[in-house]
Design a binder for this molecule. Structure first.
Ligand SMILES: [Zn+2]
Length: 117
């Protein structure tokens, strides 16, 4: 386990926050594309597209992405709130520290590796 100084914790918090914000931005862009895609569904928007078959296939992929994208956005927003509240680095179950490595991989996690186990 790493002994984090208060400065180290703060630096880590900022780093994770930046990472989450970036992910959130990506997801929101994706969400906007999904919404735009749904708005255009049923309309003749295919002229710009080379391959209508691949567009139909794309429709299904996009539809499937929506619930996943919304869930991810919600999870990241919650994680950001917890980070801003200063308790994202602590496991909700055992109050132990969540390792930086783990947070780098799953920033929205609320549990340490053992409790998530
Ligand atoms: Zn724990």
């Amino acid at each position: 386990m790493t002994d984090l100084t208060p400065d180290g914790v703060e630096a880590q918090r900022l780093e994770i926050e930046a990472q989450l914000s970036e992910q959130l931005e990506t997801l929101e862009l994706r969400l906007a594309r999904i919404h735009a895609h749904q708005k255009n569904a049923g309309r003749e928007v295919s002229r710009d597209w080379d391959d209508r078959a691949s567009e139909r296939q794309n429709d299904e992929v996009v539809e499937a992405l929506l619930p996943h994208t919304l869930a991810e956005i919600a999870a990241i927003r919650r994680a950001l709130e917890r980070l801003q509240g200063g308790d994202a680095l602590t496991c909700e179950r055992c109050d132990g520290p969540i390792s930086p490595k783990r947070l780098a991989i799953v920033p929205e996690t609320r549990f340490c590796a053992e409790c998530a186990g």
